[in-house]
Design a protein around this ligand. Structure first.
Ligand code: AMP
Ligand code: ZN
Ligand code: FE
Ligand code: FE
Length: 281
């Protein structure tokens, strides 16, 4: 059974490899279809599509939107939407602008804490893509203030840490609506991030389903067997589509491989047709 990967990041957000390189890795891993899901952008798609065509890999339109549900950051993946939709593009631009508002303030806080880092250095790390905390983390690693991205988040950048700055982000229900309006399929990313399980997670997913949610990311690099079966059960119970992917970021998240996660991830292509059918594109 061919494998697919529906959760991948590139240099267009906080991944360390270009779409071209990511698709080369996918080819080597035997992946037959994939979605690049860069945070709040679709700018990597044209490059991805060109590489996909060259290597015979189907490229599905994808993105990962940062939103907020009951005070907690919640990621919504979107698939099979019209990536050239002008309204959707305008919404993505707004989301990226809210990053522009927050990130310099994070740098300011770090400066107040005595760390010598500038926003120019962060922008240089991010290149042309949407700027995120992992880019700030990378500068902190380079300068020797922390030992890894994780260390940077734990000590400074995570929600509740001393340099955390809340970002203006849409309500999760709104993010779901945006993807639906562009003809796509909205999916709750890495459900364990919600810090909810059991009945609380069921309740959250039911509420989001009423708002238009169509799927849940069941297969994911770091999910335990127990988590995978809980999410599988949840998808069946609420009649949500199942998706899966590695959440590959390259060196920003070491030990996670395209199409294979930590080594034992396998997302089969049989999930793909129901996603395609569910979309309006
Ligand atoms: P941002 O998009 O700027 O809000 O940054 C969020 C991204 O940072 C997430 O998508 C993850 O890739 C990464 N991230 C969040 N929390 C952590 C953490 N505790 N350790 C490492 N990376 C993290
Ligand atoms: Zn990321
Ligand atoms: Fe995410
Ligand atoms: Fe992701």
């Amino acid at each position: 059974m061919p494998r697919i990967d529906l959760h991948l990041h590139t240099t267009y957000s906080d991944g360390s490899h270009s779409p071209d390189e990511v698709i080369q890795f996918a080819h080597e891993a035997g992946v037959t279809a994939l979605a690049i899901t860069d945070h709040d952008t679709v700018e990597g798609l044209p490059e991805a599509m060109a590489a996909g065509e060259r290597l015979g890999i189907e490229i599905i339109s994808g993105t990962e939107l940062s939103s907020r549900y009951e005070g907690r950051e919640t990621h919504i993946l979107g698939y099979f939407f019209d990536w050239q939709d002008a309204t959707f593009e305008a919404r993505l631009t707004e989301l990226r602008e809210s990053r522009e508002q927050r990130n310099p303030r994070v740098v300011e806080k770090l400066n107040q804490l005595g760390l010598d880092i500038s926003y120019e250095e962060v922008k240089a790390k991010a290149g042309a893509g949407s700027i995120g905390r992992p880019h700030i983390a990378a500068v902190l690693v380079d300068k020797g203030y922390v030992t890894s991205t994780k260390d940077a988040f734990d000590r400074y950048l995570a929600d509740g840490a001393p340099a955390y700055v809340e970002r203006e982000s849409p309500d999760t229900r709104e993010a779901i609506t945006w993807i639906r309006e562009a003809g796509g399929v909205p999916v709750l990313a890495h459900p364990h991030w919600t810090k909810r399980k059991g009945p609380e997670l069921v309740e959250m997913c039911s509420t989001l389903k009423e708002a238009g949610l169509m799927g849940i990311e069941v297969f994911y690099s770091t999910h335990t067997k127990r988590q995978t079966s809980e999410y599988l059960e949840l998808a069946r119970k609420l009649n949500l589509l199942m998706t899966g992917g590695s959440d590959f970021h390259g060196t920003a998240k070491p030990g996670i491989y395209v199409g294979r996660g930590k080594g034992d991830l396998k997302v089969t292509d049989k999930l793909l047709e129901s996603l395609r059918t569910a979309s309006r594109v």
